[in-house]
Design a protein around this ligand. Structure first.
Ligand SMILES: [Zn+2]
Length: 305
């Protein structure tokens, strides 16, 4: 090999190294499935991460279309942060497969499922699909209990450190700081929400269980006859009759859900229809996780007056 070839080789190697090494400094690309995880990644990752969400707060997270823009974001992701528990079963496996990104496949460090880190509600003793959209791993709508958020935050900070070891200490410090502020806020919400204990309500879909369980409220009916099945006139009629015997204080739905069935019942049962943001970004106030819970507790208190 002559000198020129050696120089050329050195230049090529340097170029390759330059292409590989900045990955250590560049922000970790994170794709969240839902806005609450995007917000949590921001809390823990700060400027070390670049994060976006596959869905917005006004979308039904069970049903998402794999648009080209979303496929491109999936292809570039170093880390996928989703709920799991079959919430995204209708769209995420296809999306990951189409992206051809092996780093975020199930079982890889780049695949994080929040639902694996929380105590689950509604785990069916036997799986009967005739009962509607029943999730085998339990109820996947875990984000409306702040204790779940705290558990997920601990696991997620560890995962960020695993995917980006150079900044492990940074993620650990952010998590500690977040946990302190979050625990204080949780105590505040629990004190404020004390009057909600034992308040009976009707929900639209079985997506309020963790919120209701946290605050000691009671679900006495759902607008959907079965999970994932739209409210029908017959079912609403029965529900109205049932409320004569077993009254509810309010009818509750998430911001992404259609309000017609809720309104129908509200007018006839003479109880307020309450909308909670459900996730970050659903209204002007709910800009981050703290504001999401501020707003949720306030809406419930206003509705239950
Ligand atoms: Zn659901």
């Amino acid at each position: 090999m002559n000198r020129i070839d050696n120089k050329l080789l050195a230049a090529v190697l340097l170029g390759a190294a330059a292409m590989l090494s900045p990955a250590a400094q560049a922000a970790v690309n994170v794709l969240a499935c839902e806005p609450e995880w995007e917000a949590l990644v921001t809390e823990l990752g700060g400027d070390k991460v670049k994060v976006s969400s596959a869905t917005n707060a006004l979308q039904d997270p069970h049903r998402v279309e794999a648009r080209p823009g979303l496929i491109a974001r999936t292809r570039n992701a170093d880390l996928l942060v989703c709920t799991g528990l079959e919430l995204e079963v209708g769209w995420l496996p296809v999306l990951v497969q189409q992206s051809g990104n092996a780093r975020i496949a199930v079982g890889q460090p780049g695949h994080f499922e929040a639902g694996s880190y929380v105590p689950r509600l509604d785990v069916p003793s036997k799986l009967d699909r005739s009962e509607g959209d029943v999730h085998a791993a339990g109820n996947p709508h875990i984000q409306q209990n702040p204790h779940n958020i705290a558990l997920v935050a601990t696991a997620l900070a560890k995962r960020l450190a695993e995917v980006d070891p150079a900044n492990a200490a940074f993620y650990q410090n952010r998590q500690k700081d977040f946990a302190a502020r979050w625990n204080a806020a949780t105590l505040k919400w629990e004190a404020l929400a004390a009057p909600l204990r034992n308040v009976a309500l009707v929900e639209h879909h079985k997506n309020m269980e963790y919120l209701v369980n946290w605050l000691g409220m009671k679900v006495v009916g759902t607008l959907e006859p079965k999970p994932g099945v739209e409210p029908s006139a017959a079912h609403l009629g029965e529900l109205l009759a049932q409320l004569q015997r077993q009254p509810a204080k309010l009818v509750l739905r998430a911001a992404y859900q259609d309000g017609r069935a809720s309104q129908w019942l509200s007018e006839r049962a003479k109880i307020p229809a309450v909308v909670v943001p459900f996730t970050v970004g659903a209204d002007d106030k709910s800009k981050d996780l703290f504001a999401l819970f501020d707003s949720t507790v306030q809406r419930l208190l206003d509705g239950a007056k």
